[in-house]
Design a protein around this ligand. Structure first.
Ligand SMILES: Cc1ncc(COP(=O)(O)O)c(C=O)c1O
Length: 433
């Protein structure tokens, strides 16, 4: 194998694909056929049969009592917040480094997202910075369990109890994960998951709220089902509700996906441990430390840090473009500091509470992670053989050893890597009409 980097015309370390995602088998096909033939396709009556069964099983798998399925993982955040009473002018603490939807969900309730920086050891909400960001209007906190780590739920719950705040875990990356043996989403008052295509379980789209508070669960159903109360004895106020119901096609697929979750989670954890053993000795990159309180790791993406200063100033985006050229799927600017991202630019007056309460945010750890430091490896890399992981290590080591080939090198692939995800998506997309 030549040492010349693939991006400079050398041979790629990896020429065949990794495990394809999503994974499916006869369980999905048979289930879909069964729903098709039943004629009972939609989300009404709510919850419908497969949606009810999936909600029950998914909640149980995450040590919670109730699961309410909805259309996606942004709606699940919004409805959980609304069900908890978050509304106009209420402030909600969110990490600055996350998907834009975490913060958008707060705006959709009429509330105001307040961005707090992330912990450099986890890239998750830094619990030590939350109190300084609180005001008399703070009502809730949304810790996001990002990539393959958990936010410090011990510290966050202690703080939330002291201040009477609602805690909604954004678990869009954390299916199957456990914190001190409690399922992701069951440590706070509610948890929200996404089943969008890239996620650890998927029906193409979908979302769920899990909780052990029956009144909260009832209110989420109500908000997702045109305001209809789910039970005769339902408490809670009457509300206007959208139709945010999950279809039976989605629910039947998710029942099959759930059957594989435990095995896939264990395999990914084993593979990421092997990856760590290989990466640890490579100079100029560093690993996020393990936290023993994470008793089961959900590995949506494995994230490590690239230190440009060790590589003579070569930028992270050049490293990522080179790693891609070696045949390893990866990303750098996967997320940005949300308040700076192109998707978070909007007419402020559309969200009056936000417009009245404009603040400047400066979250250096999030900015560094987004624009300079983080490298994201997707979970399907960890569903294959040990050799798959070894190829990733070999590719990273090859680039590190030959980084000088990237000094001053300019290339369209590097330029694209420096664009926001929205811009890159536009480049790759087909015309909409
Ligand atoms: C952290 C996080 N929160 C929320 C969401 C929103 O989920 P969905 O795309 O299903 O609306 C996502 C999905 O990308 C996510 O990654």
């Amino acid at each position: 194998m030549s040492d010349k980097l693939a991006i400079r015309g050398g041979n790629a370390v990896r020429t065949h694909p990794f495990t394809a995602w999503p994974v499916f088998d006869d369980r999905e096909s048979v289930g879909l056929q069964r729903v098709l033939e039943s004629g009972n396709w939609g989300g009404y009556p709510c919850p419908n049969d497969y949606a009810r069964e999936f909600g029950r099983r998914f909640a149980q798998a995450h040590t919670a009592s109730y699961g309410v399925t909805v259309t996606n993982g942004t709606v699940s955040l919004e409805l959980a917040l609304k069900a908890a009473g978050v509304g106009f002018g209420d402030e909600v603490i969110v990490p600055a480094y996350t998907w834009e939807g975490t913060a958008a969900a707060v705006l959709f309730t009429g509330g105001v997202p307040v961005f707090v920086d992330v912990d450099p050891d986890t890239y998750c909400l830094d619990a030590g910075l939350i109190e300084a960001a609180m005001t008399s209007k703070t009502r809730a906190i949304i810790p996001v369990h990002l990539g393959f780590r958990f936010a410090d739920m011990d510290a966050i719950m202690e703080l939330a109890e002291r201040h009477g705040l609602f805690v909604l875990e954004d678990c869009a990356h954390a299916h199957g994960g456990r914190w001190r043996d409690k399922g992701a989403g069951s440590i706070g008052h509610a948890g929200s998951f996404s089943f969008q295509t890239s996620k650890l379980m998927t029906a193409g789209e979908g979302g769920i709220v899990i909780t052990s508070d029956i009144d909260l669960a009832d209110q989420v159903i109500r908000l997702s089902n045109c305001g209809r109360p789910p039970r005769r004895e339902t408490k809670g106020e009457s509300v206007l509700g959208h139709n945010y119901r999950m279809t039976e096609f989605q629910a039947v697929i998710l029942l099959a996906q759930l059957e594989r979750l435990e095995e896939q989670t264990a395999l990914r954890e084993t593979r990421t441990r092997r990856l760590e053993e290989g990466l640890r000795s490579i100079q100029g990159i560093s690993l996020l430390p393990r936290d023993p309180r994470i008793t089961r790791q959900a590995s949506y993406h494995y994230v490590f840090k690239f230190h440009s200063e060790h590589f003579g100033g070569v930028h992270r985006d050049a490293f990522v473009a080179a790693l891609k050229a070696e045949g390893v799927p990866c990303d750098g600017r996967f997320y940005e500091a949300v308040y700076q991202s192109s998707l978070f630019q909007f007419a402020a007056e559309r969200y009056p509470a936000w417009a009245q309460n404009r603040r400047e945010f400066n979250c250096p750890v999030s900015q560094r992670a987004g624009y300079e430091e983080s490298v994201w490896l997707p979970h399907e890399i960890f569903l294959g053989s040990e050799k798959d992981v070894d190829d990733v290590v070999e590719a990273v080591a090859k680039i590190s050893a030959n980084i000088s080939e990237l000094a001053g090198f300019e290339d369209e692939r590097i330029r694209i890597q420096g664009m926001s995800r929205a811009q890159r998506a536009l480049l790759e997309s087909k015309p909409p009409y």
